[in-house]
Design a protein around this ligand. Structure first.
Ligand code: BG6
Length: 479
C-alpha cells in the first residue's frame, strides 16, 4: 500500500495554541488571550478583564515564538513535506482595524516560512485560526458587523503580498462551521454577546449573530480567494471544515432523516457556500424555523459566486449518531458536538468516539459532492502522556489511532478520492482549544509544560515520532 506520489505528509498547529510571546513584537490581545485553562470536566473561563494571579495558557503556550527553529528542525527530522500553521491576526494588525501592518509581525512569519522552505517543507497557512483581535470583539462584536470584512481583507492583502512566491496554499478560516454550534461563537468568530466573565461552555447564545457572522465570513472568504488569485495566480485557497461525521442511530427512516438534517447544517452548509458559491436551498427552511434573519446586501450573491475555493480541507477526530427519538436523545452526548453515543465505538478520555472508517466514509461523501482536491489537515488523539523512568514517552495508543486512520485514508484513495495531504493535529504538544489544557496532548513531540504553569519547555521525541518518520519515509507503506 502506498499513497500518491508527492503526497503531503506533515503536521498542523495554530498560533494561539503554541506561540506564546503574547505581547512580543507589538502583538495585540486576541480572544484566546483572555481565556483561562480548564480541564476535561471543568470549563475554561472567558475573562474580558485579565485577573491577577490567574494562569492564561496562551500567554506562553509552548514558547514556539522563541523556539520555532528548533521545532521546525524536528518536523524536518520526521520528514515533513507540509507544515500547516496559522498567522496570528494580532501580530500583523494588533487591534485589527489599523490601516498599516506591523512589520515585526510580518518579519516573524517570514522567518518562520523561510525556515520551512530551508527544509523543503511546503507551508499551508491558515489565515484565521480561532483568534480574532479582542479589540474588534469589544468594538463591533466581531463578525456580527460587516466592517469586519474590510479588516480581514487588509490582513489578507498584507500577508498575500509579503509572502508571494514563498507560500502557495492558504485556508481562509479554520473550522468555519464551528459557528453552527453555540460553542463556536467566541471560539471561531470572536462573538461575545455580553462582555462579562463567563464559562466558555456557558456562553450566551444568539444564533442570529452566529449566522449573520457566517454570512460576513463567507463574503470575506470569497473576496479573499479573488484577491489571492489576483495577487498571485499560483495561489491556491481552500476552505477548512470540521468533518463531524454522524450516522442515523438506527435504520428507522426517521433517524436517517434526522441525521440528514443535522448533516446539512453541521457538515454541508458552510462548505456548500464556500465550494459552490451560493447558499443551499435547505437553509431557507432552517432559517425560517429557527427565526434567523440574515441581512444581505445587493451584490452579495455575486461576491459569493465569484469566490469559490480551490480545494477542500477538514479536521476529522470522531463521529456520533443522531436519533429522532426524544427518549433516546437523553442517552448522553456522543461527543463534544452532541448527538448520541455510537454503541459500536470506543471513546477517548475526553469522550470523543474513535471511528477510523468514518474518515473513509466522509472522504467519499466530500469527493462525491464537490470533486475538489482534499487535504485532511487535522486528525489525532488527545491523550494523557507520561514520561517513563527511562525518559521515553510510549504513546502506542496514539500510533494505533493514527495508523487506523491512515489505513482508511488509503482505502478512500483506492475508492477514487483525490486526497492530497495529511497534517495530523498538534504535531508538537500544545494548548487544547476546547479545554485550555496542556494535559490533552496530541504531539509526536512532548513538551515539558504543565497546567500549573510549570515546566521548562524542553522538547523530547515520543515513540510516535519515530513511527511517523518511518510512515513518511515509505510514503505510507510501512505503518
Ligand atoms: C480543532 C481545532 O477543533 O481541533 C484545533 O481546529 C483544536 O484548534 C483541535 O486544538 C483539537 O481540539 P482540542 O479541543 O482537543 O484542542
Amino acid at each position: 500500500m502506498s499513497f500518491p506520489k508527492g503526497f503531503y505528509w506533515g503536521g498542523a498547529t495554530a498560533a494561539n495554541q503554541l506561540e506564546g510571546g503574547w505581547q512580543e513584537g507589538g502583538k495585540g490581545i486576541s480572544c484566546p488571550d483572555i481565556c483561562t485553562g480548564g480541564t476535561a470536566t471543568t470549563s475554561k473561563r472567558i475573562t474580558p478583564v485579565l485577573e491577577e494571579g490567574t494562569f492564561y495558557p496562551s500567554h506562553d503556550a509552548i514558547d514556539h515564538y522563541h523556539r520555532f527553529k528548533e521545532d521546525i528542525a524536528l518536523f524536518a527530522e520526521m520528514g515533513f513535506k507540509m507544515y500547516r500553521f496559522s498567522i496570528a491576526w494580532t501580530r500583523i494588525f494588533p487591534n485589527g482595524d489599523e490601516s498599516e501592518p506591523n512589520e515585526a509581525g510580518l518579519k516573524f512569519y517570514e522567518d518562520l516560512i523561510d525556515e520551512c522552505l530551508k527544509y523543503n517543507i511546503e507551508p499551508l497557512v491558515t489565515i484565521s485560526h480561532y483568534e480574532v483581535p479582542f479589540h474588534l470583539t469589544k468594538k463591533w462584536n466581531s463578525w456580527t458587523d460587516r466592517r469586519m470584512i474590510d479588516c480581514y481583507l487588509n490582513f489578507c492583502k498584507a500577508i498575500f503580498t509579503r509572502y508571494k512566491g514563498k507560500v502557495k496554499y492558504w485556508l481562509t478560516f479554520n473550522e468555519i462551521n464551528s459557528a453552527t454550534t453555540a460553542m463556536g461563537a467566541f471560539l471561531g468568530q470572536g462573538i461575545l454577546n455580553e462582555i462579562k466573565p463567563m464559562d466558555f461552555m456557558d456562553q450566551i447564545d444568539v444564533p442570529n449573530n452566529r449566522f449573520q457572522g457566517l454570512h460576513h465570513q463567507f463574503l470575506a472568504s470569497a473576496l479573499a480567494v479573488k484577491m489571492a488569485h489576483e495577487i498571485d495566480p499560483n495561489y491556491q485557497v481552500g476552505c477548512m471544515q470540521i468533518m463531524a461525521t454522524s450516522y442515523g442511530l438506527t435504520c428507522q427512516p426517521s433517524d436517517q432523516i434526522e441525521n440528514q438534517q443535522k448533516n446539512h447544517i453541521m457538515n454541508w452548509f458552510c462548505s456548500d457556500v464556500q465550494c459552490r458559491g451560493k447558499y443551499p436551498n435547505y437553509m431557507n427552511r432552517y432559517f425560517k424555523e429557527n427565526n434567523i434573519t440574515i441581512h444581505m446586501e445587493p451584490g452579495d450573491d455575486e461576491i459569493l459566486a465569484a469566490g469559490p475555493v480551490d480545494f477542500y480541507t477538514c479536521s476529522y477526530y470522531m463521529s456520533n449518531c443522531q436519533t429522532a427519538d426524544p427518549e433516546k436523545q437523553k442517552a448522553g452526548k456522543g461527543n463534544i458536538l452532541g448527538g448520541v453515543p455510537n454503541p459500536y465505538l470506543k471513546a477517548s478520555d475526553w469522550g470523543w468516539q474513535i471511528d477510523p472508517e468514518g474518515l473513509r466514509y466522509s472522504l467519499n461523501e466530500i469527493w462525491d459532492r464537490y470533486e475538489l482536491p482534499i487535504f485532511v489537515v487535522e486528525n489525532g488523539l488527545g491523550a494523557y502522556d507520561k514520561i517513563e523512568e527511562d525518559g521515553q514517552v510510549k504513546d502506542d495508543y496514539r500510533i494505533d489511532y493514527l495508523r487506523s486512520h491512515i489505513e482508511q485514508m488509503h482505502e478512500a484513495v483506492l475508492d477514487g478520492v483525490d486526497l492530497r495531504g495529511y497534517t495530523p493535529w498538534g504535531c508538537i504538544d500544545l494548548v487544547s482549544a476546547s479545554t485550555g489544557e496542556m494535559a490533552k496532548r496530541y504531539g509526536f513531540i512532548f513538551v515539558e509544560r504543565y497546567d500549573d504553569g510549570t515546566g521548562d519547555f524542553s522538547r523530547r521525541r515520543k515513540e510516535s515520532f519515530y513511527w511517523y518518520q518511518k510512515v513518511i519515509q515509505t510514503n505510507g507503506e510501512d505503518l
